[in-house]
Design a protein around this ligand. Structure first.
Ligand code: E4P
Length: 214
């Protein structure tokens, strides 16, 4: 399973990298805005830091504008993936960008119907939002399972699923249990995944007992 880091914060990316946990990065306009740095400067810095794909979301809505923005964004690093929300205009743009060899990630996906269309348009990745579905009492992991099953039915679908909107370690475990290829995880959740109270208690006891070693 590949782990992408769901942040635009360079320090968080560097910290996760030291743990060997950065196969890629996902950002969105909310995460970029939080950093208070010009978007191009920030994305270029992230791209230099990370070996894998860096996902950057478009900020325009019409297909021509999305295409124009995507061409610019994709020049900001060696492995930029353009995140495009699922709309008719977005799909038109994905279709054209995929013929130009620009990698795309169809995002804000909340149904298998949307995921089918993303794959048909030639998206490199599709981003179903697990947490936001759970928030409104829909079973997010069931959606991921269904999309995975549909994609597996067709040899010509090459679109990969990035499990997004991860809110807690159980989401990661559930995604891994159904064989998700990529999960994008916020740094705080990575930290939670490391911890266990019994580990902490065990370490404290062993350190105490170590004082008695002759
Ligand atoms: C990542 O690509 C998504 O934009 C992100 O996971 C959304 O997470 P949120 O639902 O916690 O905002």
């Amino acid at each position: 399973m590949k782990i992408f880091i769901d942040t635009a914060n360079l320090n968080e990316i560097r910290a996760a990298k030291q743990l060997g946990l950065v196969d890629g990065v996902t950002t969105n306009p909310t995460l970029i805005a939080k950093e208070g740095e010009p978007m191009e400067v920030l994305i270029r810095k992230i791209s230099e830091e990370v070996e894998g794909p860096v996902n950057v979301e478009v900020t325009r809505s019409k297909s021509e504008e999305i295409i124009e923005e995507s061409r610019v964004f994709s020049s900001w690093g060696n492995d930029i993936v353009i995140k495009i929300p699922i709309t008719e205009e977005g799909l038109k743009a994905v279709k054209i960008l995929s013929t130009e060899g620009i990698k795309t990630n169809v995002t804000l996906v909340f149904s298998s119907a949307q995921a089918i269309l993303a794959a048909k348009a030639g998206a490199t990745y599709v981003c179903p939002f697990l947490g936001r579905l759970d928030d409104i009492s829909f079973n997010g992991i069931e959606l991921i399972r269904q999309i995975k099953g549909i994609y597996q039915n067709y040899d010509d679908i090459k679109t990969k699923i990035i499990v997004a909107s991860v809110r807690h370690p159980i989401h990661v475990i559930e995604a891994a249990s159904i064989g998700a290829e990529i999960v994008t995880i916020p740094p705080t959740i990575l930290k939670q995944m490391v911890k266990h109270p019994l580990t902490e208690r065990g370490i404290a006891q062993f350190l105490e007992d170590a004082k008695g070693i002759k």
